[in-house]
Design a protein around this ligand. Structure first.
Ligand code: GLN
Length: 485
């Protein structure tokens, strides 16, 4: 009997494809509503000021990626990826339903549950895709390309559904739809589990190692609880009032500090030879560039979402589309353009740009997308909203940038990192993404104070600065890579 296949791939890929599709549907669906709901004063939103709303958006999206670090660790040492993905999905669904219910406390509990659940699900479902191809190589790469389509299919449909229900009918209904999506994902994951073979099972961990890991996790959990307790006590005593902006500022300093300290430690005490140290330096540069990139790109859900709602004429053939529908555009463009870029790199053959050069191109295109938005901003007045085409062009440029940078980023980590710390390097990449998301939130807090033109030109200038710096230094950075392409 021939084994069942999915587009020429192991049938298990279909299971993981649809699990991730539903998860991303719920993630991007809810994210499209989040900041709009937080600032809304007319339809039962929380009516927060831009700065607070943006800080909450940034903290939430940053936490999602930050928690992927412990999520990957828990799966590798204690749970196994397969179990981690399931319980991650359960937490996510509970989170969305908690937000759907209404009261403020349940809303924030919901955000926390989704961040915890995504931390468990997202890194591990990707690791399981890799597990389906023990032989690695080109077939695994092709498997990841198919999987990437699943991500973006979910990211296309999510905002279409949730923003319709959330913006047109009721915010909380939108959150509930995201939860229903995740439930479909869970049912599908359970039913399709039989196709996964041994992928994602806990392997290579002895019972003694597992118990040691459980005890470490327990201690870490207690430490986090104690820290939370101290902060809560300081808040109650009025010594430090907990507020989203304050926490976001603390995180925006502590994440880069931690990243730098980690690299410095590996550099000095990791016991690596000169060639490995050079590649380690490249990894650090790429992580920094990635944080800048996502800091701009992820404003799709924050400042650009506010721009769509407040300053864009959303009527198409007489129907006013929900602002969140614009959120689907990057995902649509990824689906349409990913094959084109794949083809382009092959076509360019030996002229294919180096990894740092691709990063520089990616950043430059993102910078252009912000200059386009700054230009659009010059036309906005109290009485005039601009055409939706501005956001279409902006999203197009941001996506072409993403396709230069994001696919090579993760694979670059695996190739450049010294073998014994590959897992930790993935963690650092997630940490850089987390920082980017945080900055993307915090930047949106300045929409009111700076105005669109100033904010978007400032972001564009910073990103362009990074692009130019990386572009100029790409040849020496390539040398540091020592033959890794
Ligand atoms: N859009 C991709 C996803 O959701 C990548 C996002 C990111 O790394 N910031 O998986």
């Amino acid at each position: 009997m021939t084994p069942m296949t999915f587009m020429g791939h192991p049938r298990g890929l279909a299971t993981l494809f649809f699990t991730e599709m539903w998860e991303r549907l719920s993630y991007y669906g809810m994210r499209g509503l989040l900041i709009l709901f937080l600032v809304d004063t007319l339809r039962g939103g929380y009516g927060l000021d831009d700065k607070t709303a943006a800080a909450i958006y940034g903290l939430y999206t940053a936490s999602v990626y930050l928690l992927a670090v412990p999520g990957g660790w828990l799966a590798d040492r204690i749970l196994g990826q397969r179990t981690a993905v399931f319980w991650g999905g359960v937490l996510i669904a509970c989170g969305h339903f908690s937000m759907a219910v209404g009261p403020v406390a349940l809303f924030y509990l919901g955000l926390t549950l989704i961040a915890l659940g995504t931390g468990l699900l997202k890194p591990n479902v990707s690791a399981m895709v890799g597990d389906l191809y023990p032989e690695g190589g080109a077939r695994r790469d092709a498997g990841f390309s198919v999987f990437y389509m699943g991500i973006n299919l979910g990211a296309t449909i999510g905002p279409l559904l949730c923003s319709y229900f959330g913006e047109k009918i009721n915010w909380h209904l939108g959150f509930a739809v995201a939860g229903v999506g995740m439930v479909f994902g869970l049912i599908q994951y359970r039913l399709g589990a039989r196709h996964l073979g041994t992928a994602g099972e806990l392997r290579g961990v002895t019972p003694a190692q597992r118990s040691a890991a459980i005890s470490t996790a327990g201690k870490f959990g207690l430490f986090v609880l104690a820290l939370g307790g101290v902060v809560a006590a300081l808040h109650l005593m009025g010594i430090y009032l907990v507020n989203p902006q304050g926490i976001a500022s603390v995180m925006s300093v502590s994440i880069p500090f931690f990243l730098l300290a980690y690299f410095a430690y590996q550099f000095l005490f990791g016991g690596f030879d000169a060639a490995e140290k050079k590649r380690l330096a490249v990894v650090l540069i790429l992580c920094a560039a990635s944080a800048v990139f996502w800091g701009g790109y992820e404003q799709a859900g924050s400042s650009l979402n506010l721009f769509a709602m407040r300053a864009t004429d959303l009527f198409i053939f007489g129907y006013e589309i929900p602002a969140g529908w614009i959120q689907s555009l990057p995902a649509v463009f990824v689906i349409l353009l990913a094959p084109v870029f794949g083809w382009l790199w092959i076509k360019l053959e030996k002229h294919e740009p180096s990894v740092p050069a691709k990063f520089a191109y990616g950043l430059a295109q993102l910078a252009l997308s912000f200059f386009v938005m700054a230009w659009a901003g010059t036309f906005v007045t109290q009485a005039f909203k601009v055409s939706i085409m501005w956001l279409v062009v902006t999203n197009f440029l941001a996506t072409t940038g993403e396709l230069c940078l994001s696919p090579v980023g993760l694979s670059g980590m695996t190739k450049l990192a010294p073998r014994k710390i590959v897992g930790q390097m993935m963690g650092m990449w997630f940490l850089a993404t987390s920082l980017g998301n945080l900055l993307a939130g915090m930047a949106a807090g300045y929409t009111e104070a700076l105005g669109y033109v100033q904010l978007f030109s400032l972001v564009g200038a910073v990103v362009m600065g990074a692009a130019v710096l990386l572009g100029i230094t790409a040849p020496p950075i390539r040398k540091l890579m020592g033959g890794v392409e």
